[in-house]
Design a protein around this ligand. Structure first.
Ligand SMILES: Cc1cc2nc3c(=O)[nH]c(=O)nc-3n(C[C@H](O)[C@H](O)[C@H](O)COP(=O)(O)O)c2cc1C
Length: 194
């Protein structure tokens, strides 16, 4: 069994990020992959304290147990495919997404790069501009985690302002389908299971 976990970092639970992630998940499920969406947007979260507790203790957790990040790290450890869905705020990824990648990424690096060779993809929702800086920040988290990535038929992003509007971005939606197909293909190639 292959597992995918999708983090919706938008505070709008049923917004465009969730809609786009849903399209990727629907495709993954058609490919036999079990999916889960974890809504972390809008929940209080702190940044990395740079305390090095994760490096010193080697328990695959962050010292800060007061928010969603440790639970998210556990979901990432279990998954074969990690999707980080983020809305663009002021030309880049929003706060919850940044806190998640900073802390999960640092814990992973200090714990034998525990996400090594998992498959990852960003999914970005936006109204007009800033998708690439947001996607790039997430790609950098995957790259420094020694994870493996694939593209889609075009950019992993969908346009919309009000919740649901991204459904009208036909090209964005078809990119999500091709992203799901490529992620499933890659995960199965990397870890063939009898
Ligand atoms: C604080 C804030 C800042 C935003 N900044 C941008 C921006 O710089 N570029 C852009 O294209 N959209 C921007 N948007 C619009 C959102 O990215 C857009 O509405 C997106 O669809 C939200 O995804 P969601 O429905 O999953 O929350 C901003 C929205 C908010 C609330």
């Amino acid at each position: 069994m292959y597992k995918a976990v999708a983090f919706n970092c938008s505070p709008r639970r049923n917004g465009n990020t969730n809609l786009l992630l849903g399209k990727v998940n629907e495709t993954l499920e058609k490919e036999g992959i079990v999916t889960e969406t974890v809504h972390v947007g809008g929940r209080p979260v702190s940044g990395c304290r740079a305390c090095m507790w994760c490096a010193e203790n080697q328990v695959r957790r962050c010292v800060n147990d007061g928010d969603f990040v440790n639970a998210a790290i556990e979901k990432m450890i279990e998954a074969d495919i990690i999707l980080i869905g983020a809305p663009v705020y002021f030309g880049s990824l929003n706060t919850e997404a940044k806190a998640l990648i900073d802390r999960a990424g640092y814990v992973a690096r200090k714990n034998k790069n525990m996400f090594r060779r998992k498959v990852g993809a960003p999914v970005i929702a936006l109204r007009r501009a800033g998708a690439l800086p947001a996607a790039d920040a997430i790609y950098h988290f995957f790259l420094l985690s020694e994870m493996v990535m694939t593209g889609a038929s075009y950019w992993n992003m969908g346009f919309g302002r009000e919740p649901g509007e991204a459904a009208g971005d036909a090209e964005g939606i078809s990119n999500m389908v091709s992203l799901g197909e490529n992620l499933a293909w890659l995960a199965k190639k990397l870890k063939p299971r009898g």
